[in-house]
Design a binder for this molecule. Structure first.
Ligand code: GTR
Length: 331
């Protein structure tokens, strides 16, 4: 109930703000400020990449179109912001693929455990025709897929002990994103999956409501989860990318020329994001190590072997099977 009230308040506040910033359709000189959401703090590579994209757009439209990035979950946690973006209350959303998994079946594929052999493989796939075909899927859901950003590799961390084999995870309560695929992934390893908003994980770990979670170096560091769950085990089980989407409602209000500017700027921000990402991964790793995190590598094969039921459950229809096969065939 309290949650619903908060959401309603947020939606109302969002709608009011959107009305103030609303932009007129078709008028070439109208000033447009696009509201973009991100749960990460200011300075995080995803936040900076969207700001960079905003600068490109501002230059190319002589200041007519701007992006205002609301970082640190000011507009809500990821799951809630999806609906708001579909309704056009939020114009743009930088978000992980996982919260889309239940809504858009194709988004499960790049989130699948061990689907990519390396970051280079992931980048090649997401930059090419396969990535474009996944971006297209968003259009069926009132969204325009603009670009994919890196999210590194997600690994498990917990407050109890290093994880070396799936057996070490037996019975552990592990927070996951709100995605049935991630629930299944964690269950297949013998742990108990607890879907939870990103913003609630620190206190969940601190109060022992959960034993652990999974994420990349920069998120493990920026959230300070390493302070309350120091064992970080390099399972690197998912390279589930970030995605930048725009509300179809907001996109349709732009002229075709401005739409092209937005699309091009989004794609150009990818290289900038990767530069920032690569540097941040190293800096974050150094920070958590210095902060007392205990890191171990793992032999991945037993984890890979345990993922069979996940593939069986989430790669059922032929279109998704083809998608998986195409990704695996990409050199
Ligand atoms: C981060 C990702 C966020 C969010 C978060 C989470 O790596 O950038 O978009 O998905 O993980 O675990 O909720």
């Amino acid at each position: 109930m309290a949650k619903f009230a908060t959401l309603t308040r947020r939606l109302a506040a969002g709608a009011a703000l959107a009305a103030v910033l609303a932009f007129g359709a078709g008028s070439a000189s109208a000033q447009v400020t696009l509201r973009s959401t991100d749960i990460h703090p200011d300075g995080y590579p995803t936040v900076e990449a969207v700001k960079f994209m905003g600068k490109l757009i501002e230059q190319r439209t002589n200041g007519r179109i701007k992006i205002n990035v609301f970082h640190s979950a000011q507009l809500g946690q990821e799951k809630d912001t999806i609906e708001q973006t579909r309704f056009g209350v939020i114009d743009m959303n930088r978000i992980n693929m996982a919260p889309f998994n239940n809504l858009i079946p194709a988004t499960n594929v790049p989130s699948l455990p061990f689907i990519f052999r390396s970051v280079a493989h992931m980048r090649k796939v997401m930059d090419g025709l396969i990535g474009d075909s996944i971006l297209k899927e968003f259009e069926k859901h009132d969204l325009v897929g603009l670009a994919f950003y890196d999210s590194g590799a997600r690994s498990f961390y917990n407050s109890k002990q290093p994880i070396n084999t799936p057996a070490d995870m037996k019975g552990m309560k592990i927070r996951v994103q709100q995605s049935d695929m991630f629930i299944s992934l964690v269950s297949a390893l013998g742990a108990n999956a607890t879907p939870m908003n990103f913003g609630e994980v620190y206190s969940g770990l601190q109060t022992k409501l959960i034993d652990g979670a999974e994420n990349n170096w920069p998120s493990f560091e920026s959230t300070k989860h390493f302070e309350v769950a120091k064992f970080y085990s390099l399972t690197e089980h998912s390279l589930s990318p970030e995605v930048l989407v725009m509300s179809k409602k907001s996109f349709d209000k732009l002229s075709p020329a401005d739409q092209a500017i937005v699309k091009a700027a989004a794609k150009e921000s990818v290289a900038e994001m990767r530069k920032l990402w690569d540097a941040r991964e190293k800096a974050s790793e150094a920070k958590v190590r210095a902060g007392g995190a205990v890191i171990n590598t793992v032999e991945k094969q037993p984890f890979i072997d345990a993922m069979k039921p996940v593939y069986e459950k989430f790669v059922k229809d032929q279109a998704l099977k083809d998608l998986v096969a195409k990704i695996q065939a990409e050199k």
